[in-house]
Design a protein around this ligand. Sequence first.
Ligand SMILES: [Zn+2]
Length: 156
Amino acid sequence: MKTVIEINESERDERIGRIMAECEAEEEQVYQDHISNPIYGNPAKQLTEYAKLTFKRYALKGWKLGFLKYEGTRNGNCNVQTKRITIDIDVLPKFTKDRLSGLFLHELAHALCAKEDVNNTGKGYDREKHGKDFRKMCRRINVPKEFWTATIVMDL
Ligand SMILES: [Zn+2]
């Protein structure tokens, strides 16, 4: 059974704001917990620097990179509403530098699809997910081919 709860727009915005703040606090905590550990800290710092430059290069204002523990459910995520790209902290010590940037660029392609509204939603949503417009974007920004499809969880 599905329960649909009707809420008005201001209530919805408030909820989104609350969820965003919670996510940010959680990411910050995970990041702080691991940043002193060289296994996570070094690749996290490098990827954060790379992300900053890349957001700037593609004029993605207000975007940030975060780290979360996805417990093997996914490697990364792009949230257009909160302007957040999040990488699973556990892939940091497992992935090579090239793979980490590839994973990040996959998520970045979602952000750019939304920014340029390639699916013509009129609202800048990233609706098509991993369809032909997404692949076109991947080619444009040089996402390695292994990252053109849905992010897969790899056991390494
Ligand atoms: Zn994706």
